[in-house]
Design a protein around this ligand. Sequence first.
Ligand SMILES: [Mn+2]
Length: 357
Amino acid sequence: MKLGLGLYRHQLDGDHFRFARQCGCTHLVVHLVDYFRSSRSNRPGDQPVGDDTGWGLAGDPTRLWSYEELAALKREVNRAGLELEAIENFDPAHWHDVLLDGPKKPQQLENLRTMIRNVGRAGIPIMGYNFSIAGVAGRVKGPFAPGEAEAVGMDGPYDPPMPNGMAWNMVYDPQAPPGTVPCATSDQLWERLRDFLAAVLPAAEEAGVTLAAHPDDPPLPTIRGQPRLVYQPRLYQRLLDLDPSPRNGLEFCLGTLAEMSEGDLCQAVDRYSRQGRIAYVHCRNVRGKVPHYRETFIDDGDIDVPRVLGIFAANGFDGVIIPDHAPQMTCAAPWHAGMAYALGYLRACLGSARQSA
Ligand SMILES: [Mn+2]
C-alpha cells in the first residue's frame, strides 16, 4: 500500500506538493472541479459542505480537460518527486445530463470519453467518480471531534427537493426556470449507471484508465428525495457485477462504508479487496451511522484503522490510500494540521501492516 494525499484544485501548487512529500506521501489524488470558486459558505481550507446552493457553480461545460493541461500537471507533480495516481470527480458541468438522463446526455458521454482518453494519454491511471444525482449533500458542521475540533456530520435525513439547474450538489445552470427536478426511481438510476459504463468503459480500457466509483456520501437510500446507488456495502457488488472489466473499479471510502446502516466494515474490506477491484482508498474515521453520525480524527472513531489496513495488506492490496477528510485543527493552518495528523498516523499503521502481512 502506498501513502497519498488528496488535493483540491486551488491546492495544486509547489507548496502543497512539498507538504505531501514532507508528510511521507509518494502519490497524489487531485480534484480538477473547483468546489470553492463561487460558494457563499465553503472555505478553501476545509472540505466543502455548502448551503442551499450546494457547493456553488459548476465549471465551463464547453471547456474539456485537455491532454496538454493534464500532462503539464503530471509533469509538475513528478518534478516534485510524486506520482499522480488519480483525478477525483467529474465536473457536473460535463455530465449533469448523464446523471439526470437529460437531452445533452449523448454529447456529454462523448465529452467524458474524450476526457478519459486525455487522462490516459497523460499517464494518469485512475479516474474517480461519484455517480450521484444529489451528490454529497445534507451534512452539518460543528465542534464534533475531540478538543472541539470542527468536523462534519449528519443530523437526520435530508430530502428537500432539488432545484432545477442543480446536479451533484452544484449549480450547472443559474438561469434554469424555477421548479424542482422530478425524482428518479432507483431502477432508473441503475439504468443510467449502466448506460454510463457501457458508453465510457471501452474508452477507459483503450486508454488504460481505471474508473473508480465512490459510494454515496452520506449513504442513505435517498437524499433530496433522489435515489442513491451504493448506500449499503453489498451494493458495491451490484456495481462491480454490471461489468467484469478490471477498469470498472472502486474508489473505496472507509468512512462512508462505516456510516452505512448494514454490514460489517471489516467483512466489506475483506470481500472487496479479495476481488482486486479496488483502485484506491479513502480513509477517515467516524462515529455513528446514517442518518446520525460525526466525522472525527483518524484514531478516534468506530473504525479500527490498523485492523482494516492489516486486511488490505493480507489480501495483497497494493494501491494508494489517502486521508479523506480530517477535522479542522485549531491553529493557523487547520487543513494542513489535520492532514499531517492523519498522514503520520496512517504512515505508522502502514509500516506495521507491511511487517505483519
Ligand atoms: Mn470518501
